[in-house]
Design a protein around this ligand. Structure first.
Ligand code: FNR
Length: 183
């Protein structure tokens, strides 16, 4: 069986290391996982007044793709020791309208990466706080706080041999976690 995984990337910039990591994970994933990035950059800021019928047009396709996914994977940088606003907004949009969250009960995982030494630990755990409330069942091990991420890809975008084994271990553990939940 193949499980569809919605991947939320916390950086919107073209050259994002985190986006490259998400794509690398999609390549390394075993056949049981089909990873697809759900774009979050065109979601206007969530406003509860404008939910339901008057919601921004980009919300419906985002929400339906999220709902259709079997599992969710978050790949994010750290902004000011927390998650980027774009990521939090996507979480808020995907969790509403009330009672119609696209996250509930799904197996999830969080990977954070930064050129800095701490590897986005603060963002990773702020995100996990949201995921407790959203009832996303998050993979615990291996933890993925990837520091020194400025060296993960060369100028041609090729993944370094240094980090590849960890990414393989992470995505294999996540595949086993998803299968355990849904299999
Ligand atoms: C950062 N950066 C950063 N890095 C970090 O390790 N901890 C932090 O708290 C912050 N804060 C922060 C705030 C803002 C507004 C920006 C723009 C950047 C640096 C960040 O890790 C770096 O730009 C990454 O390369 C961003 O990830 P992407 O875009 O390469 O995926």
């Amino acid at each position: 069986k193949t499980y569809n995984v919605a991947v939320l990337v916390g950086s919107l910039r073209k050259a994002s290391i985190n986006r490259k990591l998400a794509l690398a994970l999609a390549d390394l994933a075993p056949a049981s996982l089909n990873l697809e990035i759900l774009e979050i950059g065109d979601l206007p800021l969530y406003n509860e007044d404008a939910d339901g019928d008057s919601a921004p047009a980009s919300y419906a396709p985002f929400r339906s793709k999220l709902k259709a996914a079997d599992a969710v994977l978050f790949v994010t940088p750290e902004y000011n020791r927390s998650i980027p606003g774009a990521m939090k907004n996507a979480i808020d949009v995907g969790s509403r309208p009330y009672g119609q969250s696209g996250f509930s009960g799904k197996p999830g995982a969080v990977l954070s990466a930064s050129p800095g030494a701490i590897g986005g630990f603060g963002a990773n755990h702020h995100l996990r706080q949201c995921l407790v409330f959203l009832d996303v069942h998050v993979l615990q091990q291996p933890e993925a706080y990837l520091g020194g991420a400025g060296n993960f890809f060369d100028e041609n975008g090729v993944l370094s041999d240094g980090i590849k084994p960890f990414l393989q271990k992470f995505i294999d553990a996540y595949a086993a976690w998803v299968a355990k939940h849904l299999g």
